[in-house]
Design a protein around this ligand. Sequence first.
Ligand code: HEM
Length: 417
Amino acid sequence: MATNGKQPMNYERYILPHQLPEVRPRETHDDPLRVDPDEQFFIRTHQAFEIWFAQILSELEYARLLLSQPYVPESDVPVIEGHVRRAAAILDLINQHLPLLETLDTTSFYNFRKHLFGASGTQSFRFREVEWLMGLLDGGLLDYGKRKRTLDETLMKRAAKAKRAKTSGPTPSQREYDSLAQYQAQWNERWDPKRERLDSRGFKGMDATRDALQRRLIDIRKNGTLREKAIEWLERTTFPAPRSARPNARYGDDFAERYRQAYMAAYIADSSVLRDLQGVSPAEIKRMGREAGQKVGFFLGAPHRRAIVFLVQFASQPLLAWPASLVEALLELDQAFANWRDRHIAMVARVLGGGRISTLGSADSGLLYLRETLRKRAFPEIWDARSFMLSREEAASIYTPRQLRAFGFVHENHSPG
Ligand code: HEM
């Protein structure tokens, strides 16, 4: 075969199967002839996850790169979506992979667990990089949580005053915000802005981990996160003129106002069920209506949030279908990640329970920490937008049928012949 002086390609040269790390089973102390295949299995399954995390990072990096263009060509939108969906599909695959670990019964795990004291999945730098690249370190994410909390707090205080009842404990969105704020603070504290380096003290003996995280932080500072780039892209959405809008270069505000009115009409129609089935008083219904108005007003107040509502609400219009599908893919990614957290916790509870001291030295085996992470979302706005969606009939007041046709493909000629 002609090879032009180069060696011919083959499976070994291309796939590098011999570069997989070798995992030698540990010999048990009492009987050197016996090995511990459970520990070998435990190490290899973690390595398999690491390979998939690396691939997820490549998918998200490429999606971020395409989304970073000052103008994202329409033909790139399905490509970006493809990479985001593949990252989500890999997460789905490794979620199915987690039950494998449940073949490790508790006593077999305890046979070798003492050898991993000091080590923990929390030290997986690729896992952390996936979180960061998606956007969990974004200040903007924290701001959204903060504003949501302020709104929720205001509404909660009013409700409490009206009922003269004391509310105890933080609301779910407060807890979500607090755990995210702690998470961001924990990583910011490790970063030395003067030297542009991560503080080495937290990474004793883990140079590769420190270097990888350091590189990723620098990358994120320079190139942003998937969340930031997705938001910038959404902020550039142009809105066509809704019904009876005055000529205007930017129709986002007109859309938001029309949408708010349509949403409130639907909310008021729904509230009859409060009166008929629950006997709620007209004054209380009115107060709830005011709160709903404040919430939808706040939500539509930001350009990227109103763009999400616009795209998802009118997703069946051909010209909006791809951008809406990309929004959906980002949600799918967030959901696949949430499913991983959920499934990992169930597995930890099954294999380990919550009682014995964790490998990192906390008193509860680490289960409480993991439960705190359950609420993390990189795109909470896309989830929240669901609360404001309308039926097609309820949304009919926003655009005339003719205006809606502007979102179609090149108009077909319906005339016979
Ligand atoms: C028998 C199997 C497993 C057990 C008992 C287990 C246990 C735990 C526990 C207790 C934690 C909480 C932190 C700590 O105290 O260490 C944790 C975190 C973590 N584990 Fe596992 N784990 C198992 C398998 C896996 C696998 C296969 C992976 C895949 C790489 C993994 C990845 C992680 C990650 C990434 C975290 C950090 C999560 C976060 O910070 O949000 N674990 N694990």
